[in-house]
Design a protein around this ligand. Sequence first.
Ligand code: ATP
Length: 279
Amino acid sequence: MKYYHEVMSYEEEKDLSSVTMDEPFESLEFRNVCFSYDKDHQVLNNISFQMQIGEKLALVGINGSGKSTIIKLICRFYKPTSGTILLNGVDIQSINIHQYRHYISAVFQDIHMYPFTILENVSMNSHGDIDKFYQSVSDMEMDDMIQSLPFQEQTLVGKDLYDQGIDLSGGQKQKLCVSRALYQDAPLLILDEPTSASDPRFELKFFQYFKNHFHDKACLLISHRLAATTFCDHILLLENGQIVEEGSYDELMAMNGNYAKLYQAQASMYLEDSYEEDV
Ligand SMILES: Nc1ncnc2c1ncn2[C@@H]1O[C@H](COP(=O)(O)OP(=O)(O)OP(=O)(O)O)[C@@H](O)[C@H]1O
């Protein structure tokens, strides 16, 4: 299996990109993007959308509809088969990869921790900024837990590797991965199922936090919790790699199409009577 960072390293090694880009982030655009992992199966079919700084965009759709693939293309783990992805109007494939990376903070579905200290895991740096670290982890409610550890932020991750290391739960690891993205503080924030391992109380808190923050960024949220997408300015519904509905929450609900049906089906699960009837 090839990990994302290995794919990135491969592109770095080849250093195919040459355009220098250090201007502030303004927009990201997909223009008629198609993508296939292999020749037999087209995963994305003519995807076009735009997101601007200050905007929250939600990507929703059933399993396998192509949501994470869109993120992988934005992160340049793969290239579009056809079509173009543009940052501030420039084809991302032509932008220097080191500079391009500074525009993006991403939380992926695969929760990945490294056998380093907690501080290094969040800052991705051997000399991380302690104040910035504690701001990031406290936003994810991890500060008290970290401060209760014998070596606090210097505690090593991985009990099997280090005698004094610690093992973290899935939810704790995911919160640190989100903290990592907050620490990085890039203008384009990508969150792929950021609360899949969270308990319901923290999930609610996180989405309130998401609603009230990041007004200075462009945010792309993938979530199967459709209630969370109501906080977004624009929602794209994907089916079989195509955008089949798009608009604000109010517009999609008024349309009474598949987004509205999915939303109502999920909402009904939380109403005890109808849940018991359906099960
Ligand atoms: N590395 C890969 N190689 C080949 N096919 C892949 C690969 N990754 C994903 N796919 C296929 O691409 C399609 C879209 O997958 P993707 O992960 O983008 O869906 P998704 O909408 O994010 O799904 P989920 O909601 O389950 O996370 C699926 O049919 C999947 O099997």
